[in-house]
Each structure stands twice: as structure tokens, then as C-alpha cells.
Design a protein around this ligand. Structure first.
Ligand code: SF4
Length: 891
């Protein structure tokens, strides 16, 4: 075992500290008790990081046109391709599309190369899809992209409003901090504003299930209410803000009466009034908002309407009060710090300000910096489609899955003259279109820094060797810069050199003019950078006082517009851009699920993370299912004007009428036809350019098949002759759900072909010709190799017990006898569908324990089975199970 290494989780914007301990049996993962974001806690995804580090599926060598080659050749092809394109068509004919997964140092170098040396601002990032609306709203209100609140503020607030955020699943460690604060201070009130009744509502005192996209009406109404009830902080407004009258007039004109607001938002008037009363009477209020606000064609106005209410009451820059934009990605904020988006410069400077451009250009010693923003993500792929951008480098992201109207993105890449993709995987939807594929070092193999949602800079550190010829992204960009003739400006030997340059730039012409200033870190030695503890910015030169205590950002009422005043923004409510109609009567909402991350390149490798929700699904209200003629548990087609996909129908109880939810994660590696991005309406917010992922008119229809089934196998099976499939990794097996339209004449021969079983294999089978049911199992030396279950109906046996047989070196006579029934002779051997991923506890086990020990609370379940005692992400599900049972018992 080697020494433990302190690093940072590569998943969400909470930015938890992780301790990684490489050993003979893999890498041990635990939470870093000293990290101020999580104090030792990790969620299910963070806890399972050790399961995601295998080299399976990794890209280990550069490839040009599918042929493996050396770095020199690949980099020459990239540099020559970019140089040729720039020479022929100008700098705006090339682009970089990068990622919130990038480390700050990767981002810094890519941004410097594109803006300072290539001379275009065509660098954008998948963070555009996540929080660019919040960023735009910060800049409009504060004069700078500043998040004034820390996680510690949540613990001293008296009211927390969670808007458009399934915090329980998407930012679980922050959610657990809120849960704990509420346990300690039950008077802490929680309001959840979300169309869905998500697991986050588990702790809500009040849930407002507003219609998607109506937030601005709700917040404008609150602004009016606060003013009418004398809650304005007049001294603060007069001394530190501008624009209150216009904002109030617009709010009054659009949302002047509670009843009208309630009607527009589709919420009970009493609930709206209760929210307004709570907000009005609670000075310490934090409004935490996320993608439900940002991913909208009016996302910037939604965020501005929230900020307006904090400005009106002066509840900003004070302990336990303020707006908190929580980001999806681990380094969305670090990317913004270096200016890694098309409309930014660097170090929170403005690309459209000549003085700041000149300052950065002189600091970099660069030939030119463009004076206008570049193409934002959506426009960038449009420009590729139109042939205006002819060479693109896509790094650490998979836009063919994650972008709206993703089939058009795929078509754009098919046409593009030069597509370079740097990724740690050998295969994904975007790599399929790469002319050049560059192997990137992954988490644990590279180092640098990230900034989480509360402005805390943490180090990611190396604890594994980079495999094959993989390299960090910053190195690749430097190598290409060198080949383009810019070697002197990109002669970095380490991330330390990049970081201190970035820190120096942040202090350039600053002197308090910009909040983002880490000049105090510019003189870090290599050893100090290596040992850097988490630190919140600003860290101005001579201060080094960042530490974990919230710095008094905005507490003096000094904002970052030139006059130091904040701006109210008059927000005119606008509904979503696509309306439902007879053909598309439902609203498609997309988002994350508890145990998956983005397009599953890392989380999809973990059996325990795949166990919770192993198939692509669409969640729907049961009455809407009836109206659409589809049944829970069956496969359905989700169709929009832009595309279609197939998924299993479920009804979690979370959905309001006329809305469906589909997770964003599934891709062509994990399912035949489940890229929800292909269905999403390609409209964007006019200010931020963030797409409308939460509101696409859609319909749901039956997906007619002749049979469906599943295969469990020790090896991934290349299924043939099926209409639909999805794949999930389990412990020592792969699970494939399949369905088909063609009925083979000979099921037995068909099954043997799928499972590659020899004629003399130990083969069990069951055929019921009259019902069309077929089941088979293949064993080698009494060890289960694979099994296959098919039926014309979805009445297939549960998968949990059959899956558990793969953990056995050999199965006994009882298991063998029960194998083709799909259920064990002893019912207690079937743990049921996984509820607690951390400890692998299933629904049947929990149900049995509740009965046997008369368990009445989630805490008691935890004491008996450990479920819910690690990350706590499954606690809402445990409570829901208890509630369901109590309801059944009461009937
Ligand atoms: Fe990672 Fe979970 Fe923490 Fe997010 S909440 S940073 S996914 S451990």
C-alpha cells in the first residue's frame, strides 16, 4: 500500500475532498475529513470511485484516422490541420469545445492558446449547458461572476429555498449538510420549488410544484410582496444598488397579485402566499438554485429575478443569506476563472473591454486578442454544420450525447473537415467522428486544481501512473501551441507553472476592482503548490487568509460594476419557447439521477452505481400513461420534433401531470437508442446561450415488440438480431435487457448463438411453445456462465437473485433446480432491486427486515442493515418505502 493522497472528487460541483489510498487490491477511497466541502462525507458516486479506475475501455495511444500512431505524428496532424484552416479561412474557422471536467490549468492553457495566440474567441465548454445562465445573472447584478454564499451559510440560515435543484440526488453531500442542520435546528425551514416531487422534497416544509418555466412570475410576485409588506432594506438599496424602480414596476405589471401568480405557475395560492410569508419574515435566507433555473430559454432572467429579491431585502453578503448557484460540474467555476467560455477573457476580465484586452495581451505577450465574443456551444456546432468552423478540438466531453438536438451535432461532426477529440475512453458517440483521437490522462493520473460552487480551490493530485501513452490535456495544448509557432508562451513544464501564472494574471490591474483575485497564491513554490490546502478566493497578495472561513465578499455592499453598485434587473416573464399541442402534449424534462454522472464514462464502470437504475427510463404520471396507451414496466417511444428514443416506462410518484422525465446519461455504449439530447428543443437563453433542457414538447407511444427479455453473462454479449438493447455492468456479470420484433423459428439455436455456447455445453433450457416463453442457462463446471430469459410479455423474473449467482464459484443443486424459474427456493435469497448502493442493500431485504424487526424509521433500518448510513442518498427512498407500507397498512 502506498501513502494516502488527498485529492478532490471529479464529479459534481460540491467539490468534496477525497483520500485515495492505492493498494494491492485497488485504490481505497474515503472522504477527506479535513476538506471544508464535505468534512469526510462522500455520496454514492464519490464512494464508488475506486470501482471506476480500471483500464478497460481506455484510449492508450494516439490515433489518426483510426490508426494508432506516436504522439509526434498525431500532434503534427492536429497542428498542421489547424494551421492550414486558419491560413485559408481565418482564426474564426477553428474552435475548441472543452469541459467542466477540465482542471483549471488545462482550461488556462486552452483559453490562452485560442484567445491570445490563434486570435479567435471560439472556445466554449460544456459548462455552457450547466450554469452559464447563473454566470450571466451574476455579471448583470454584481458586475462580476461572484457567488457570495458558502456551504457554511446553509447551516446558519433559517430558511433555505431550493429552486430547480434535486439536491438530494445531484449534490448529495450539500443535501446531507442541510439535513443535518435541520435535525439540529428543526426551526430551519426548507422550501422546494420544482415541478417534480423529487427526493429533495423529503425534507421540505413546503413544496411548490410550479409549471416548468414559470419561475420569473413567482419571483417577480415575491419582489412585489416584499415591497408591499415593507421588507425593503431602503438604506442598502439607496447606498448600494441601482434600478429598483424599474424592476418593481415590471414585477408589479407582470406578477402583482398572489392569485394571478399562483394561476400562472399552477400552484395553490395558499402555498404561494405561505412561501412569500416565510421569505418575508426570515432575514437569514439562502436561495440555492441549479439547472432547473439555468437550463431554460429564460434562465438568466430566472436567476436575476431570484437575485432581485435578495437585493431588495439586503440579504446578500451577510451570514446565512444570499443566492447560491450550485454548479453541476467539478470545475465549472475554475473554467470561468480562467475565462474558458466564448464570451469571457481571463481572470474575470471582459473580452469586450479594450483596456482589459490590452492588459491581458501585454501580460501574455500575445500577438492579438479578439475584441468580440466567440461562438457559444450551440452556435458553435451550428457553425460547424454550416461549414463556417472547419476544424474543432473537443476535449473531455461528449457533445453527440449531451447537446440539444444532438443528431444535428452528430451530422455537423460528420461534415467537419478536422475533428480532434481528446478523451480517456477509446470509444464513445463523439469519438466515432474523430479524425484524430488523443489519449487523455484521467482522474488520479493527472494533477491540477478545481474550484467548487463555494469558490473553494482544491487540488486534484496524482495517485496512479498515467497508462499507455496518455497525457494531461494541458500538455497536449502546449504541444500543439509549440507546433503552431507559439512555443515560448507555452513552455510550461508543470501545472505549478501554469497555476502561478494564472494567479498572477488574476491580480493584474486588480486592486480590489475584481473579486476574483488569487494573487496571494502567485508566489507559491512547487512544494507549496503540491501541498496547497483548500482555499476560498479571493486570496489577495499579502493576505493568504482564504482558509475555510467565509471571506466577507460583498459584506461591505461594494459590488463590481465600475460604480460599485449592484443592479436590479427588470425581468419580464416569458414562458418556455416550445409549446405543447395535440401532437406533442407532454413536457419533456431531462436531468441527472442519483448514481450516474454525465454520459457514464466513469460511473458506468461501477457495478454498484449501475445497480440502482440500470436501464434508460422515462418517468411519467400513471394517468398520463393511461391516456397515452402505455403501461408501466413496458418499453415506450419518446418522440419530439427533433428526435426519438426508447426507454422503460416507470412511475416514481414524482411526476406532475403532463410532464415526463428522462435521465441525461444514456449513450450508444449503454443502450441502443436512449440519447435524450437528440430530443431536446434547440432553443437557448438569449443572454447566456444556455439550452432549454427542461421543456421540450413531447409524446409517448408504445414501442411494439414481439418479445422482450434479458441476458446475464460473465462477458458482454454482442447481441444480434434484436430491435433494442441496454447494457449494465454488475459484479462479475453484464446485464443486457433486450427486445425484438422478429421471432426466430428456433429459440434454442438463437439463444446458443447469442451466448456463444458450444453444442456440447452444459445447457439448461425451458420452452413453452404455447405461451412463447423461453429460458436457458449455460454453465461451465457448475459455474453459471450466462442465462437468458425471453417472453412475449414483460412478465420476466426479477434480476437480483439470478445476478447474485455470478458471485458463486459453483452453484449447488438447489440453485440449479431453481435457475430457470428465476426465483430461489428460499425467498430470502433474493435481495430485490438495489436501494442502498453503498452497501448493496436491496428492497426485499429491507422489506423483510421491516417486518421481522418492526422497524419504523430510516434510522432503525440503518441500524439493522447499514442502508442509508454512509452517504445518505437512499434515505428518501427508505422513508418512501416506510410511508408506502404505512399507507397500505392503513387501508
Ligand atoms: Fe463527489 Fe458526491 Fe461530493 Fe459531488 S457530492 S463532489 S459527486 S462525493
Amino acid at each position: 500500500m502506498t501513502a494516502p493522497v488527498r485529492t478532490t472528487c471529479p464529479y459534481c460541483g460540491v467539490g468534496c475532498g477525497v483520500v485515495a489510498t492505492p493498494g494491492a487490491d485497488g485504490v481505497g477511497i474515503s472522504g477527506d475529513t479535513a476538506h471544508p466541502a464535505n468534512f469526510g462525507r462522500l455520496c454514492s458516486k464519490g464512494s464508488a470511485l475506486g470501482e471506476t479506475l480500471s483500464l478497460e475501455g481506455r484510449l492508450l495511444k494516439p490515433r489518426v484516422l483510426g490508426r494508432e500512431c506516436g504522439w509526434d505524428e498525431a500532434l503534427d496532424v492536429v497542428a498542421q490541420g489547424f494551421a492550414r484552416t486558419i491560413a485559408a479561412h481565418g482564426p474564426d474557422s477553428v474552435a475548441f469545445y472543452v469541459s467542466g471536467q477540465f482542471l483549471t490549468e488545462d482550461y488556462y492553457v486552452a483559453n490562452k492558446l485560442m484567445k491570445g495566440y490563434i486570435g479567435s474567441a471560439n472556445i466554449d465548454t460544456n459548462s455552457r449547458l450547466c450554469m452559464s445562465s447563473a454566470t450571466a445573472a451574476h455579471v448583470r447584478a454584481f458586475g462580476e461572476d461572484v457567488v457570495p454564499v458558502s456551504y457554511a451559510d446553509l447551516e446558519i440560515a433559517d430558511l433555505i429555498v431550493l429552486v430547480g435543484s434535486n439536491t438530494a440526488w445531484c449534490h448529495p453531500v450539500v443535501f446531507q449538510r442541510i439535513v443535518k442542520a435541520k435535525e439540529q435546528r428543526p426551526q430551519l425551514k426548507i422550501v422546494v420549488i420544482d415541478p417534480r416531487r423529487t427526493p429533495t422534497c423529503d425534507i421540505a416544509d413546503l413544496h411548490l410544484p410550479l409549471h416548468a418555466g414559470t419561475d420569473v412570475w413567482l419571483w417577480n410576485g415575491l419582489l412585489v410582496y416584499l415591497q408591499q409588506h415593507g421588507m425593503e432594506d431602503r438604506a442598502f438599496i439607496d447606498a448600494h444598488t441601482l434600478g429598483v424602480s424599474q424592476a418593481l414596476t415590471t414585477a408589479e405589471n407582470t406578477a402583482g397579485a398572489v392569485e394571478a401568480v399562483a394561476r400562472r405557475c399552477g400552484v395553490e395560492p395558499g402555498a404561494v402566499a405561505e412561501f412569500y410569508r416565510l421569505f418575508a419574515r426570515t432575514p437569514r435566507v439562502v436561495t440555492l438554485f441549479s439547472q432547473g433555473v439555468n437550463q431554460s430559454s429564460s434562465g438568466t432572467d430566472k436567476a436575476s429575478s431570484i437575485i432581485n429579491c435578495h437585493l431588495l431585502t439586503g440579504r446578500i453578503g451577510r451570514p446565512g443569506a444570499g443566492p447560491l448557484s450550485i454548479t453541476g460540474q467539478p470545475n465549472a467555476m475554475g473554467g470561468r476563472e480562467v475565462g474558458g467560455m466564448a464570451n469571457m477573457l481571463a481572470a474575470h476580465m471582459d473580452i469586450e473591454r479594450a483596456d482589459q484586452r490590452r492588459a491581458v495581451q501585454s501580460f501574455w505577450g500575445s500577438p492579438h486578442i479578439p475584441d468580440k465574443p466567440g461562438l457559444k456551444a450551440f452556435d458553435l456546432f451550428d457553425a460547424i454544420h454550416a461549414g463556417r468552423v472547419k476544424a474543432v478540438w473537443i476535449a473531455a466531453t461528449n457533445p453527440v450525447v449531451s447537446m440539444p438536438n444532438a443528431n444535428r451535432v452528430r451530422a455537423a461532426l460528420q461534415k467537419c473537415e478536422l475533428v480532434v477529440v481528446s478523451d480517456c475512453l477509446a470509444q464513445n458517440d463523439t469519438l466515432a467522428h474523430a479524425h484524430v483521437a488523443l489519449p487523455a490522462a484521467a482522474w488520479g493520473e493527472k494533477e491540477g486544481s478545481v474550484t467548487n460552487s463555494e469558490r473553494c480551490i482544491s487540488r486534484q493530485r496524482i495517485f496512479l501512473p498515467a497508462p499507455g501513452e496518455s497525457k494531461p490535456d494541458w500538455w497536449m495544448f502546449c504541444q500543439v501551441a509549440k507546433r503552431l509557432g507559439f512555443g515560448a508562451a507555452f513552455a510550461y513544464e508543470s501545472t505549478h507553472e501554469i497555476f502561478v501564472e494564472h494567479a498572477r494574471l488574476s491580480a493584474l490591474d486588480n486592486d480590489g476592482a475584481r473579486a476574483f483575485d488569487i494573487g496571494g497564491l502567485a508566489s507559491l513554490s512547487t512544494a507549496e503548490y503540491a501541498a496547497l490546502a483548500p482555499v476560498r478566493w479571493p486570496v489577495r497578495a499579502g493576505s493568504r487568509d482564504g482558509g475555510t472561513a467565509p471571506p466577507p465578499l460583498l459584506s461591505d455592499g461594494q459590488f463590481y460594476h465600475p460604480d460599485r453598485r449592484a443592479r436590479f434587473v427588470a425581468t419580464v416573464p416569458r414562458g418556455p419557447r416550445g409549446s405543447v399541442d395535440e401532437e406533442y402534449p407532454l413536457v419533456l424534462n431531462t436531468g441527472r439521477i442519483r448514481d450516474q454522472w454525465h454520459t457514464m464514462s466513469r460511473s458506468g464502470k461501477s457495478p454498484r452505481l449501475m445497480a440502482h437504475l440500470p436501464e434508460p427510463f422515462v418517468d411519467m404520471h400513471p394517468q398520463d400513461a393511461l391516456l397515452c396507451g402505455v403501461r408501466i414496466g413496458e418499453l415506450v417511444r419518446v418522440v419530439t420534433r427533433w428526435g426519438a428514443m426508447v426507454a422503460r416506462l416507470r412511475s416514481s410518484g414524482e411526476m406532475p401531470r403532463r410532464m415526463i422525465f428522462v435521465p441525461m446519461h444514456w449513450n450508444s455504449t449503454h443502450a441502443a437508442d436512449a440519447r435524450v439530447g437528440a430530443l431536446v428543443n434547440p432553443v437557448v437563453d438569449p443572454v447566456s446561450g444556455e439550452p432549454e433542457f427542461k421543456h421540450t414538447p413531447a409524446r409517448v407511444a408504445p414501442f411494439v415488440v414481439a418479445w422482450q427479455g434479458f441476458i446475464l453473462s460473465r462477458r458482454p454479449v454482442s447481441v444480434v438480431d434484436v430491435t433494442w438493447w441496454s447494457m449494465a455492468r454488475g459484479v462479475q456479470f453484464f446485464r443486457q435487457e433486450i427486445a425484438g420484433r422478429r421471432v426466430p423459428g428456433d429459440w434454442s439455436a438463437w439463444a446458443r448463438r447469442q451466448l456463444e455456447a458450444e453444442a456440447d455445453a452444459d445447457w439448461l433450457e425451458y420452452i413453452d411453445q404455447s405461451t412463447g416463453v423461453y429460458r436457458a442457462a449455460h454453465l461451465i463446471d457448475d459455474r453459471l456462465e450466462a442465462c437468458l430469459f425471453l417472453s412475449p410479455r414483460p412478465d420476466l423474473p426479477p434480476r437480483a437473485w439470478l445476478s447474485s449467482l455470478f458471485a458463486k464459484a459453483s452453484i449447488d443443486a438447489g440453485d440449479r433446480a431453481a435457475l430457470l424459474t428465476g426465483v430461489p427456493a428460499d425467498a430470502s435469497a433474493d435481495m430485490g432491486a438495489v436501494v442502498c448502493s453503498c452497501f448493496g442493500v436491496g428492497r426485499n431485504t429491507i422489506d423483510a427486515a421491516i417486518d421481522k424487526f418492526s422497524l419504523g424509521t430510516a434510522r432503525e433500518i440503518g441500524q439493522k442493515l447499514r442502508a442509508g448510513t454512509n452517504c445518505g442518498s437512499c434515505l428518501p427512498e427508505l422513508k418512501a418505502m416506510l410511508k408506502e407500507r404505512a399507507a397500505r397498512a392503513a387501508v
